[in-house]
Structures are given as C-alpha cells and as structure tokens.
Design a protein around this ligand. Structure first.
Ligand code: 2AM
Ligand code: CA
Ligand code: CA
Ligand code: CA
Length: 262
C-alpha cells in the first residue's frame, strides 16, 4: 500500500465530512441517548459514519471498517487492513457548543499503525501521520516531543473521573490535580490526543475509551515520540475498551504511579 496516497485520499473524505457537519449546524438535530442520558448520538453521527464507510468500501473493497455507530464490519480479529473511525468525537460538544468536535480515523494493518487523521472541524485543524514518516498539523510538521516534568505539565482530564475518589485527602487523582500546573478538559478525546502530539497538552488521561477514540491518535502520537498505554502500561487494544495515558516522555511513568491505585 502507498500509505501516503491513502492518507491524502482519506483526508479529502474527512474534510468533505467536515463541510457536511459545518453546514448542518443550523439544521434541526435529532439527539438520542445511548448508554446513559449524557451519552448522546445524532443523525449526523450516523450520516458521517455511513458517508465514510461508503467511500472506504467503494475504493478499498477488501478493507474492513470499525466505526462507533456500527455502520462498518463486526470484527473478531485485528487481521487485515482496518479503518477505525469516529464520525464525531465530542458529540456532546457538537450538540451543545457547536465547537470542539472532531472526526478521527486510524488505519491499521494486522494491528500495526499505518495512517492517523484527526480533524478538528470548527478550527479547520487537520492532524495527520503516516507510520515512519512524521506527523503534521495541516502542512506543518510536528516536532518530536522532549522530556517533560509533571509539576510543570498541563494535563487533559475529564473532571467527572474525580468522582471515583471519595476522599480529597487520600485520592491519588486529587493529588495529581494538585501537583500539575493545570488541568484542561476539551470533551473530545481525539482532539486531546492531537493536542498532546502538538505539545499543547503534556498528557491526557482517561479511565475508559474505545478504539475509535484513540486509533487516529495512536498513529500520530507514535510519530512524535509520545507514550501511549493503558493505566497498567499495556499497549491499547484495537478491539475492546481501555483506560488510557498519553504523555510526553518523562511524564508518562509518573502518571502511571498516580493512577495505579485506581
Ligand atoms: P464521543 O463523543 O465520540 O462519544 C468525552 O465525552 C470524550 O469521551 C469524547 O471523546 C467521547 O466520545 C468519549 N466517550 C467515550 N465513551 C463515552 C460515553 N459513554 N459517554 C460520553 N462520552 C464518551
Ligand atoms: Ca459516542
Ligand atoms: Ca469518541
Ligand atoms: Ca463518536
């Protein structure tokens, strides 16, 4: 496969999807709840996943698709070429803010990173990478990440995860919030991973994400030398859910010690 060509093509489809989402913003939204009242999905999530799945299947009939809204294939193994797509990452933001949502794509071949794209639709920022060929923000190459220090770091974390700890004094997550320089929460895991890759965040931590949330980020982060694992330091699964720590070198090991009590 000429992965650079695949990237350019996929980027085109994703930008087209971005146009569709932008021009949908003034239309009525059909908002449904999924696993709980705060877990939302709209007709646009389905429409974009279908649009991208059709493009992939038309151009690459032998490739497989794993999408959040289930328009792709039912996968039982990571064999073959798999396009992992999140048609809207940050659906709550899409519904409420009409800002801070993204389209995420990771392409894997037999479980190996090939292409990653995260498109922040409203900022028109496209983060891309081809395995072994560096990462980009639009046309500018992203720099390799240097070693960081936890006390001077800005960490992406959803405040809701703090509710897991009943004691402010003893909770290691509360301690983390105290020890770092600042906490940020954007509401789109893919954007937060892209921001770690771009050096805008020093780390991002989540207790539970799915492959479509981190597949694109995994390819991009690898290119800039970021570390990406579950809380127990394992490689992230492409099938199933996982906790996640993405961080620049030097911070990742520290973060593991903060969350290992969880
Ligand atoms: P989503 O918008 O594609 O669902 C913040 O909500 C981040 O966590 C988003 O990236 C969101 O992706 C993701 N997320 C994963 N599981 C979720 C859930 N059950 N409810 C809400 N957001 C979820
Ligand atoms: Ca969702
Ligand atoms: Ca998502
Ligand atoms: Ca989604």
């Amino acid at each position: 496969m000429e992965w650079n060509k695949v990237k350019i093509e996929a980027e085109m489809w994703i930008k087209e999807s971005g146009d569709i989402l932008r021009s949908s913003l003034n239309n009525p939204l059909d908002v449904q709840a999924k696993s709980n009242p705060n877990d939302l999905v709209t007709q646009m999530d389905h429409e974009i996943e279908q649009f991208l799945t059709d493009k992939i299947k038309n151009h690459y009939p032998a490739h497989l698709v794993l999408g959040e809204e289930g328009r792709g294939d039912e996968l039982t193994s990571t064999e073959g070429i798999i396009w992992i797509i999140d048609p809207i990452d940050g659906t709550t933001n899409f519904v409420h803010q009409k800002y801070n949502f993204s389209i995420s794509l990771g392409i894997f071949e037999n479980g190996q990173e090939r292409v990653g794209i995260i498109y922040n639709v409203m900022d028109d920022e496209c983060f891309t990478a081809v395995n072994g060929e560096g990462a980009y923000l639009n046309d500018s190459p992203l720099q390799s990440l240097t070693k960081g220090n936890i006390n001077e770091s800005i960490v992406g974390l959803n405040a809701r995860w703090l509710l897991k700890e009943t004691s402010v004094e003893d909770g290691s997550l509360h301690r983390l919030v105290k020890d770092v320089r600042g906490i940020r929460s954007y509401g789109s895991a893919a954007i937060e991973l892209a921001y770690v890759a771009a050096g805008r965040l020093d780390a991002y931590v989540s207790f539970r994400l799915s492959p479509w949330d981190y597949a694109g980020g995994a390819v991009i982060l690898k290119e800039v030398g970021a570390l990406l694992t579950s809380f127990d330091g394992e490689e992230l699964p492409l099938l199933g859910t996982s906790s996640l720590i993405a961080a620049r070198p030097g911070i990742h090991e520290d973060l593991i010690s903060y969350v290992s009590a969880q």
